[in-house]
Design a protein around this ligand. Sequence first.
Ligand code: AMP
Length: 329
Amino acid sequence: MQKEILYSATKPTGKLTLGNYIGAIKNWSEMQENYNSIFCVADLHSLTINIDRQELKDNIYSQIATFLAFGLDPEKSIIYCQSHVKEHAELGWIMNCTTYFGEASRMTQFKDAKAKNKNISVGLFTYPMLMAADILLYDTNVVPVGIDQMQHVEICRDIATRFNAKYGETFAIPKGIVPKTGAKIMGLLDPTKKMAKSGDNDNDVIYIEDDNETIMRKFKRAVTDSLNRIKYCDEQPGVSNLLTIYSAMKKITIEQAEKEFEGCGYGDLKTRTAQAVIDVLSPVREKLNALKADKKYLEKIMAEGAEKARYLAKKKLNKVYKKVGLVTF
Ligand code: AMP
């Protein structure tokens, strides 16, 4: 039986976090055996915010290296960078023209960004349409994402369904899937907000590239509460977040994690969670540093991945251009 197609991406707007790992990358490496997988560094999406050009470049190399260090295999999966396949931007335009202004205006990520910043780009508004193009170019069936991206997968499904109804069967309708545990990892200092690459305080975030001492120090400072019990519940966002991280690292359920910590104090919860994270990230970091030092190799991976992706993307874009009435030859 033909394997289904999986597509997922990270934005190189900053260094990858433990949230990116638990919400996305961890599942990618587990799923790549069962799907024809496509993993993308969505660099064009990074330009929606104001980002330093050298930092962007470093992040792109570093994210490709991270994918490889976590076991994504360029022999089995397509690993590439979005800007190397121009069809993304082209289909993005068609998606812009297939989306209603009203439905794009309802995207909560955009509304949040607009509420926080005075100067936001038009690109940030049209970001979900470019993301829809990313997904639809490859006849994607499944898109593993964290909860924060689920609304964008939903709008992608709506756009694809509308396009198919108007022009005839063109796109596969993708399904977003979130991990059972860790679909939204929260900040360590503010467990009511998502752990994000571009947070205001470095101590709120565990970066995949943090060294072991830094990881331990940040977890020791994690905000908990004064209830003095280790329970996963709404009243205890900090403790619940630590339990979530611990169970994701140990590949156990939250209930099992709660049992393991029965009778323990918060100090124990913090240091054992930190250690669980270190046990997973530390061996990967060594590989990651070696890969990052070999830019030529990373460029080779990107070039080969882009060639494979381009082959698929070109075919799909050509079909779309024909359907909408453009002249192709
Ligand atoms: P990004 O590059 O940050 O937009 O996200 C790449 C992937 O990581 C997406 O699937 C996100 O949903 C996921 N992700 C980002 N932050 C978190 C988080 N704090 N918890 C869980 N998943 C996340």
